[in-house]
Design a protein around this ligand. Structure first.
Ligand code: PLP
Length: 474
């Protein structure tokens, strides 16, 4: 593809995306295809001769789009948002255009240095502690996902226990602590790091707030020490995936400090809300106690996947755990120790120029625009929660400080199992309708519907319409 061909077709592609976004409401939110339907429409063999890009776009429209769930649709309320924005898409396009591999500083200095600056900006924007800044002993890095972030934190925590885990492997029994509401990526980290899933302790939670019980955590850690195991890392969550519950980081952190255990704070979805000063309380205890902290701009901060920010209070144990320097990567800058090589801050070697899209987002919206986005979506969720609370046919799960609302229809005459089934049927019918997309969770044996607001396209009328559809469906 010559530069001239690229220019012509590229304009068509940008138009395609703009038209798609402008007309997104004409699609059913959740793809309605059956398993195998998309695959059956695709040729079994690759083309022998090159094809026109127009043909690719035609197949995109005809074959692939029916199999796409429209995450940027204003009626998308499922999971958590994976919102995206024009400046982010363009920043990502520029990153692809440059085609840079930023594994070490020398392979593209701007890729490393922009990432450092943007993550330092984010420390300021979110009111995170100064020691997360890269000019201190800590520092921030962009990971592909919060799952990678917790794995990296776990490897650093293992290294800090004093056992030379990275070199000799695990020789003692290490233990990780989480609650039943902690994201499943923590168990993944236990499996991948060699700690083992059986060595993840489940800390009790408060039955009302679903927050981790620090006293139980303390008991579990003491019992493990007694038994000769090594308490290695606690994962506290700010905004759990199921219901956005908040673990008490100050108290959990106090327990960690007393026992010398690494504290990882997972704020994958909710952490970016701290861009608003009135929501900054969510990070109470982070400055004093967090050894590592993660939040995903790729969920709720207008930056398309993948962009997960991880900060460390002290980067040394992570680098000890992950740094391997083969001859072919040796260079003067690395040897001098004057530069950062982000390959030592993550599992893969190679890395994309992800900072470009985050930089584009922060510059386009400014702190003001980012705050406005969070405030707008939180306000819509609070209004929706008010409607649910006032309706005698529904039950609302409190509290709901962010943009996720969990609720369920009341079926007072039905046993729990049947009520759960009915709730599922309501959700399936709504999702089949194509007008909106909800997902569910289970708390204390009861199925709840989750409505998560986060698409920049979602306006009040979409939430109103969703509520009307939900009421009709029960
Ligand atoms: C979504 C989520 C994750 C996983 O995020 P990925 O970036 O997709 O790995 C982890 N923790 C919490 C609390 C989440 O909500």
């Amino acid at each position: 593809m010559s530069p001239e061909e690229f220019r012509r077709i590229g304009k068509v592609v940008v138009d395609w995306i703009a038209d798609y976004r402008a007309g997104i409401e004409s699609f059913p939110v959740r793809s309605q295809v059956r398993p195998g339907e998309v695959r059956a429409k695709l040729p079994e063999h690759p083309p022998e001769r090159g094809e026109d890009f127009e043909q690719v776009l035609r197949d995109l429209d005809e074959v692939l789009l029916p199999g796409v769930t429209h995450w940027q649709h204003p009626g998308f309320f499922a999971y958590f948002p994976a919102n995206s924005s024009g400046p982010s898409v363009l920043g990502d396009l520029l990153s692809s255009g440059l085609g840079v591999q930023g594994m070490v500083w020398a392979t593209s200095p701007a890729c490393t240095e922009l990432e450092t600056v943007v993550l330092d900006w984010l420390v300021e924007l979110l009111g995170l502690p100064e020691h997360f800044r890269t000019d201190a002993v800590g520092g921030g890095v962009i990971q592909d996902s919060a799952s990678s972030a917790v794995l990296v934190a776990c490897l650093a925590a293992l290294q800090r226990t004093g056992e030379e885990v990275a070199r000799r492997g695990i020789t003692r029994r290490h233990v990780l602590y989480a609650s039943a509401h902690t994201h499943s990526s923590l168990e993944r980290a236990a499996r991948l790091s060699g700690v083992g899933a059986d060595n993840v302790r489940v800390v009790d939670t408060d039955p009302d707030t679903l927050a981790m019980d620090p006293r139980h955590l303390d008991e579990l850690i003491s019992a493990d020490v007694e038994a000769g195991a090594v308490p290695t890392m606690v994962c506290a969550t700010i905004g759990t995936t199921s219901t956005t519950a908040i673990d008490p980081v100050p108290e959990v952190g106090e327990v960690c400090r007393r026992h010398g255990v690494w504290l990882h704070v997972d704020a994958a979805y909710a952490g970016v809300a701290a861009v608003c000063p009135e929501l900054r309380w969510i990070n109470d205890g982070v400055a004093e106690h967090a050894d590592s902290y993660c939040t995903n701009p790729h969920k709720w901060l207008l930056t398309n996947f993948d962009c997960s920010a991880l900060w460390l209070a002290d980067r040394a144990p992570m680098i000890e755990a992950l740094s391997v320097l083969p001859e072919y990567l040796r260079d003067e800058a690395t040897e001098s120790g004057e530069v950062i090589d982000y390959r030592d801050w993550q599992v893969p070697l190679g890395r994309r120029f992800r900072a470009l899209k985050l930089w584009s987002v922060v510059r386009w919206f400014g702190a003001e625009g980012l705050r406005e986005h969070i405030r707008h979506t939180v306000a819509l969720a609070q209004e929706f929660a008010g409607w649910v609370r006032r309706d005698p046919d529904f039950e609302l799960l409190e509290p709901h400080p962010f943009s996720l609302v969990c609720f369920r229809p009341r079926y007072p005459d039905l046993p729990v199992e049947e009520a759960n089934e009915r709730t599922h049927r309501v959700m399936d019918a709504l999702n089949d309708s194509g007008d909106l997309h909800l997902t569910h969770t289970k708390v204390d044996g009861r199925t709840l519907l989750r409505l998560a607001i986060g698409s920049p396209a979602t306006e009040r009328r979409h939430v109103e319409q969703a509520w009307a559809r939900i009421r009709q469906a029960v």
